[in-house]
Structures are given as C-alpha cells and as structure tokens.
Design a protein. Structure first.
Length: 279
C-alpha cells in the first residue's frame, strides 16, 4: 500500500513556505496572511490532503482559508477532497480529467477511489486574485504546457512564484502524453515575464530556482521541439530521431518527448519525407 507523508514547512520568503509531500516528492506551498493561509497543491490522496491542512494550520497558527491546485496530476490534485469545506480554486479543465482513464489508472495505482476525489469549487480560465488571509496571491494560466490545466501562483508581496510542474529542479521536466510541447515555452514565458533577479521560483518538484535557472529550462524545453522539427524537415523518422539529434536532456526524457513532438508536427502538416538523391 502506498505510504503518504508530509514534511515540515520551510521558509522561502517572508510568510511563504514549502513542504514536501511523499511519495511523489511534490512541493506543497503555504502563503500565510494575518488571518488565514492559502495552500498550493494538495498531495496524492484525500487523507494526505487532510494531513496537509492539519500541518499547515498547526504551523501557521491561522486557519487554511483557501487552496489552489496547479494542474490535474494526481500528486497535486488528488488530495483536494481532504480539504473539503475550504474554498478551492483551479483551472476550469480540472474536473473533466477525473472522468478520463488516466485519472482512474493513477488512482488505482495509489489505492485511491477516484469517486471520492474532489474538484475545485471555483474555476477560472485565465486569472483570479486570491485572498490568503489578508494577503494577495495571483493565480494565472498562461496556456497549455506540462498539461492543459497549468496555473501558477504569484505572491507579489514576497516576490515568489509557485510554478507547478511548468518548471522542475529535481530533474528534467516531465513530458507526458497530456503535455503540449510546442506551447510549453510560451507558458513559461508568462512566468518569466514576472521575474526579476530576486524572484524565488518554487517548482513543482525540487529546490527553489532563480531567474537564470528558469530561463535555462525554458530554452531547453524549446530546444526539444526545435530539434525535432529540424529532424522532421531532414526526413528523419521518430525511431531514428534520438540518435540523429542533439538534445538537452537525458535519453529517457527525450524519448518521452519525441512522440509528442512528432505528433504535434504531424498535426501541423510536417512529416518526415524520404529525401531522394540528386543526380
């Protein structure tokens, strides 16, 4: 049976904290205001979500008055039911994912009943201002990237941004069948447009990042799509692409991204064509 746990909240800025929830090593954000606190992401199960709430309230000394989900993946979303009764926010596409096979499979692997999972009370398509107990937090959707439901949380008073899995520092970005490879760099651009040299970026997994690390990862994600497009125009098929290309990530990460890139290029009318020798 999957073992769920929540670590201690550690400071990243004044009144802004992060704890790591296992087994997925996901960063759980906590923004503390004078009269309440906002939790960012909810862990992998309703029980873990309840533990996150209890830990947050014991640590902050104020009630949790809101929760934001950064995207639909289980380690960020499946704990929401454990914060029942707390006002919750997320992208308008979140609820639809619970009815898809991907969510049912993830829940079954965790020993979680998908029928018991919660959905946000409040949804939005582009932006929403949230009240963290008297402290302003801005939730923004800059378009699809890691998933089609990605939102980030900007705490302007602390110069902190919670990026969800649009950025990661525990390892390379996670490319899955629900990712949007071509659009992903544009979503990161929305984040980077808010940063300065002192901004703290809290990724979905791993230690905090600075502006330069964010720019570097954005360039690397863009390079995967760009290199795939170059290879397609050279007539290189997907099964030969890893060996023929120059890549910014390890082999496993690139091989996960290549089907996305080739499918998106094919949808745009770009497919490998046999190059006939010139006489």
């Amino acid at each position: 049976m999957t073992r769920f746990s929540v670590g201690t909240f550690s400071p990243v800025a004044d009144g802004v904290f992060v704890a790591v929830a296992e087994p997925a090593a996901v960063n759980i954000g906590l923004v503390v205001g004078p009269s309440g606190a906002l939790v960012i992401d909810t862990g992998s199960s309703p029980a873990q979500g309840a533990e996150i709430r209890a830990s947050a309230e014991a640590f902050a000394g104020v009630p949790v008055v809101g929760v934001l989900v950064t995207h639909w993946h289980y380690d960020h979303f499946f704990g929401l039911a454990g914060l029942a009764g707390v006002p919750s926010w997320g992208h308008e596409g979140l609820a639809s994912w619970l009815g898809r096979p991907e969510a049912a499979e993830a829940a079954a692997e965790l020993g979680v009943d998908v029928a018991e999972l919660g959905t946000p009370v409040h949804t939005f398509s582009l932006a929403r201002v949230l009240d963290a107990g008297g402290r302003r937090v801005e939730a923004l959707h800059f378009g699809p990237g890691h998933t089609d439901t990605d939102v980030m949380a900007y705490v302007p008073g602390a110069n902190v941004i919670f990026t969800g899995d649009l950025l990661e520092s525990a390892g390379p970005p996670s490319f899955g069948p629900d990712s949007h490879l071509k659009d992903w760099p544009s979503a990161v651009d929305g984040i980077l447009g808010l940063v300065d040299e002192d901004t703290v970026l809290v990724p979905g997994h791993g230690p905090v990042m600075d502006r330069m690390a964010g720019f570097q990862q954005r360039a690397e994600i863009s390079a995967v799509y760009g290199q795939a497009e170059y290879l397609v125009r050279q007539g290189v098929r997907q099964e030969q692409a890893y060996e023929r290309g120059e890549w910014p990530f390890d082999e496993a990460t690139v091989r996960a991204a290549l089907p996305l890139a080739y499918a998106e290029l094919a949808a745009a009318g770009l497919v490998p064509r046999t190059q006939l020798p010139l006489v």
